[in-house]
Design a protein around this ligand. Structure first.
Ligand SMILES: [Zn+2]
Length: 140
């Protein structure tokens, strides 16, 4: 049971890992919109830790292969001692909305947090899926 169950899922107070955490989308959207004039930071990610805490980060664009926002969030979660991450979303700048994680991020997320859920775009409404659905037969 998360420490702060009232902020999970549909707001009913009952956490369900199958419910999408809309607060994560709102948090990442607010963050990237605040950086909309910055061409080096074009994606924000927000993740929920098992204790309820939200961790955020932005990508670090660089020709040497700067990290995606999801990877920055993982580092920030460790920095803050947030522990296990249970759900994550990335949102693009300039109203691009929810973005699907790249292949590298899928592999890292699966290796670090095998039970994490990822909010992805579907063409209509975003939905939350298990990382295993995004990386079937991944490298191990
Ligand atoms: Zn990535």
């Amino acid at each position: 049971m998360p420490a702060n169950p009232g902020i999970w899922g549909d707001g009913s107070g009952a956490y369900s890992p199958t419910l999408m955490d809309g607060e994560l989308i709102a948090t990442a959207t607010t963050l990237i919109e605040a950086r909309s004039d910055d061409s080096k930071h074009t994606v924000a990610a927000a993740a929920r830790a098992a204790g309820g805490q939200i961790i955020t980060g932005v990508n670090v664009s660089h020709f040497t292969g700067g990290p995606c926002a999801e990877l920055v969030v993982i580092g920030q979660a460790v920095t803050e001692g947030a522990g296990e991450l249970v759900e994550i979303v990335a949102v693009g700048d300039q109203q691009r909305g929810v973005l699907s994680p790249c292949g590298r991020c899928r592999q890292v997320l699966a290796d670090y947090f095998p039970e994490i859920r990822v909010i992805i775009p579907t063409g209509t409404e975003p939905r939350s899926v298990a990382i295993a659905e995004l990386l079937p037969w991944g490298f191990s």
